[in-house]
Design a protein around this ligand. Structure first.
Ligand code: NDP
Ligand code: OXD
Length: 308
């Protein structure tokens, strides 16, 4: 029984050390040095090919090294293979930091101050209390709920939307597609933290933007496929939306002539809202392997019919 690693060399060094310490009986192999492929029961990767999977006849668990699994073509993964996404504290911390920063940047109108600085204009604006700003999070999973918990102490009015709803302290919850218009109509700042699936692709579109209050801002830290980029440009240019913080794009990296680079109402970052942290992710992964060997449910196990 062996583990196959297919990700960055730096992460490989940290993970190999963690395996040697915490799971010394499990051989740690680094792709493309697969060794005897029949031994491989566990694979961790960002993406896989049909050929790679076909060469691992005894694979039992495929771990995504990221929180999302949309980059994996699940139709190519044999049905008996369990698919697991990354749920680990480093990834959550990073997302909480970024979403808090982006929310505060929009709340405190930093796009305007950035422009004023470029123009050498000393242009103070009235400060709106946080209690008069409504912040909504789409996706109430590991990351969405952690972001809401971090935003709460600022005093924002919080709301959240997901497929099944649930309870999040201090947050007004909306569940299912029928509740989406009511949710959106009360979001001055909208944060997308959904997984990318057939149901969520293109959800940040003209129709959704029209439901947001005039002057709302959006933050997309989900996936580029959630956003219809031209619809965002149109909503910003018409003045209906006031600004956007965008971390993910349909095509990454962005082309040199992508309109978001130079748009004055968009703050663009290169898919860095969060990153899997090498040390904490190794511990989570090893615990998951132990759980699998004990026949227990895995943290972050993907429901392949839902796609997340
Ligand atoms: P989870 O699986 O824990 O949570 C997903 C949430 O989305 C759940 O609340 C789920 O609802 C909800 N959801 C899924 N489909 C729908 C739908 N059709 N309608 C309404 N709600 C839906 O995911 P995480 O919180 O761990 O991660 C979320 C995403 O964040 C990742 O998939 C990834 O795309 C993105 N991400 C981006 C990063 C970046 O650097 N930009 C870094 C890490 C993650 P329910 O609870 O009812 O199932
Ligand atoms: C992830 C990401 O899904 O980095 O982990 O976006």
């Amino acid at each position: 029984m062996a583990f196959l690693f297919k990700s960055s060399a730096e992460r490989g060094t940290v993970w190999a050390g963690a395996f040697a310490r915490l799971l010394p009986d499990m051989p740690f192999r680094t792709w493309p040095d697969v060794g005897d492929a029949d031994d491989i029961r566990y694979l961790a990767a960002w993406t896989v090919t049909r050929d790679l999977l076909a060469g691992l006849p005894n694979l039992e668990v495929l771990f995504s090294v990221g929180a999302g699994v949309d980059q994996l073509d699940l139709s190519q993964v044999p049905p008996q293979v369990t698919v697991v996404r990354m749920v680990e504290p480093g990834l959550t911390d990073g997302m909480v930091q970024y979403a808090t920063f982006a929310t505060l940047a929009l709340h405190r109108e930093m796009l305007d101050y950035g422009q004023a600085q470029t123009d050498h204009r000393w242009a103070p604006r009235p400060l709106l209390p946080a209690g008069q700003r409504r912040v909504g999070v789409m996706g109430l999973g590991h990351l969405g709920t952690a972001v809401l918990a971090a935003l709460r102490p600022f005093g924002f009015v919080l709301r959240g939307w997901s497929r099944s709803g649930g309870d999040v302290e201090g947050v007004e919850i909306f569940a299912g597609s029928n509740a989406l218009p009511a949710f959106l109509s009360g979001c001055d700042i909208l944060i997308c933290l959904l997984p990318l699936t057939n149901d969520t692709r293109g959800i940040l579109c003209r129709k959704s933007f029209d439901l947001l209050p005039h002057g709302a801002g959006i933050i997309n830290v989900g996936r580029g496929g959630h956003l219809v980029e031209q619809d965002l440009l149109d909503a910003l240019d018409s003045g209906h939306l006031s600004g956007a913080v965008i971390d993910v794009l349909n095509t990454e990296p962005a082309a040199a002539d992508h309109p978001f680079w130079s748009h004055p109402r968009i703050l663009l970052t290169p898919h860095v809202a969060s990153q899997t942290r090498d040390d904490s992710s190794a511990e989570v992964l090893i615990s998951n392997i132990r759980r699998h060997q004990a026949g227990q449910a895995l943290l972050g196990q993907v429901d392949r019919t839902r796609g997340y």
